[in-house]
Design a protein around this ligand. Structure first.
Ligand code: AMP
Ligand code: ZN
Length: 463
């Protein structure tokens, strides 16, 4: 498949470097509260990328970390009066529940920052030894960006009118610093009173790792110096991913990520959403409004990952209708195929265009469109042709990670059934006037009676 690469700004073919397994890393959640649906846009698109590769026959190794120590997790665990471990464990569990509801495949490896303190210390030691990092008087350690000429390539700093020379002596100690300040960034933060019990011993004294370091250390541990793809929301391009490249390239010497996949932010009602702005929806919020996680997933894949997607509650209602339509189409195909099975079920049949869309820069909205057009084309198929088409349809659904709603049995009240029966007898007796009156009476009560050759059906009248 082809995918846009942030570093080279071109669409490039995705192929495992080792010719066998596509190994990729996704920056995971910071577990200090529930993930919002913006975070899930990113995680869902990463999931569709993995599912598409696997559907195409490529084996994957998916690593996604848990950020369980940083300024925010420490601050909020203290507010909650809990240990950092208990606090982040509870939010990690909540994250996992949400992921499962949204149909996300669990990563093969899910390492956490706190579990990899020795690896992070070792990386800092390597950086100091090679002249890329220095300790300050207070026992913090900083990465010296002037020591790495490649700094800024991913985010195209040179095109952003930032003068590296001017800001070179500045230092940033916060985990998240001003997006446009280019400065030596912190690798190890010396212990401060507000850290409470959350510190570890190191050659530079007690402290804790800076946020950017954990991903570099865990990537080195599980994927080595060079791996296939790195991913996150677009806000991570600078400084987080830029800093990861600097740390890893200087400490390990490898090529780091072959490909960079960044997902554009989700907007809500036309505006920016973030934990700090407080205008976020969580999955729980939407479930409380009666929507299902699959409807949320449908909306999140309803836009191309390189374009902004505006989330509204109306889009969830539209997703409900779309999913019901797809389910109906699938039932129709299943009934057309009867007892036949697909002889050759490796292709996509009428759903080839949907498959091509996924392989063409992960165009999920076009793939969804392809499901509907494919169903229209497939409507006339019967027997084993219908079976083959259904197999193709289901393969696309799996790649998109969608499960369709079950048909809900509509309960027909006894008096409605009796009325319909009377009308059917009137119709058989060619008693047209009575038949029409009874049909109108049914419609008034919200039921649509459809006449077949030998029988009739009753459906709730949606008009
Ligand atoms: P965090 O838990 O803040 O570390 O973020 C987890 C992931 O969600 C990262 O890849 C972020 O880039 C991504 N992210 C944060 N906000 C949004 C948003 N509004 N839309 C899409 N992705 C987001
Ligand atoms: Zn990261």
């Amino acid at each position: 498949m082809r995918l846009f690469d942030t570093l080279t700004r071109t669409e490039r073919e995705l192929r495992p470097i080792d010719g066998q397994t596509f190994r990729f890393y996704c920056c995971g959640p910071t577990v200090y509260g529930p993930a919002h649906i913006g975070n899930f846009r990113t995680f869902v698109l990463q999931d569709v990328l993995r599912r598409t590769l696997e559907t195409g026959g490529t084996r994957t190794l998916h690593v996604r970390n848990i950020t369980d120590v940083d300024d925010k997790t420490i601050r909020d665990s203290q507010k909650a009066g809990q240990s950092l471990t208990d606090f982040t464990a509870a939010w990690t569990a909540k994250f996992h529940t949400d992921c499962e509801k949204l149909g996300l495949l669990a990563p093969h490896i899910e390492p956490s920052a706190v579990e990899h303190i020795p690896q992070q210390i070792a990386m800092i030691e390597a950086l100091i030894a090679k002249g890329h990092a220095y300790a300050s008087d207070d026992g913090s350690v900083y990465f010296k960006i002037s020591s790495f000429p490649g700094y800024g390539k991913l985010s195209h700093l040179d095109e952003r009118e930032l003068d590296l020379g001017k800001t070179q002596n500045a230092r940033a100690n916060a985990d998240e610093y001003e997006k446009d300040s280019v400065s030596d960034f912190v690798l190890w933060k010396s212990r401060r009173p507000e850290d409470g019990e959350n510190f570890w011993p190191s050659p530079w004294g007690d402290g804790r790792p800076g946020w950017h370091l954990e991903c570099s250390a865990m990537i080195q541990e599980y994927l080595g110096d060079t791996f296939d793809l790195h991913s996150g929301g677009v806000d991570l391009v600078f400084p987080h991913h830029e800093n990861e490249i600097a740390q890893s390239a200087c400490a390990c010497g490898g090529h780091f990520a072959e490909h960079w996949f960044h997902i554009t932010h989700l907007l809500v009602d036309g505006g920016k959403m973030s934990k700090s702005l407080g205008n976020l929806y969580t999955l729980a919020d939407l479930e409380a409004r009666g929507f299902t996680p699959m409807e949320v997933r449908y909306v999140l894949i309803g836009g191309h990952y390189r374009k902004q997607l505006n989330f509204t509650l109306e889009s969830l209602s539209a997703a409900r209708e779309a999913l019901a339509k797809l389910a109906k189409g699938a039932r129709q195909l299943a009934s057309n195929m009867g007892t036949d099975t697909a002889l050759d079920s490796v292709g996509f049949g009428p759903f080839q265009a949907a498959w091509d869309s996924l392989n063409n820069d992960l165009n999920t909205p076009a793939a969804l469109g392809g499901l509907f057009t494919g169903l229209r084309t497939a409507a006339s198929l019967t027997g084993k042709d219908a079976a083959a088409a259904l197999a193709g349809f289901n393969r696309i659904l799996r790649a998109l990670g969608l499960t369709l709603p079950e048909e809900t049995e509509v309960e027909i009240p006894e008096e409605i059934r009796a009325l319909a029966e009377t009308r059917w007898q009137a119709r058989l007796a060619k008693n047209w006037a009575e038949s029409d009156t009874l049909r109108a009476q049914l419609a008034n009560q919200g039921w649509l009676m459809k006449d077949g050759k030998e029988d009739y059906t009753l459906e709730p009248n949606k008009e």
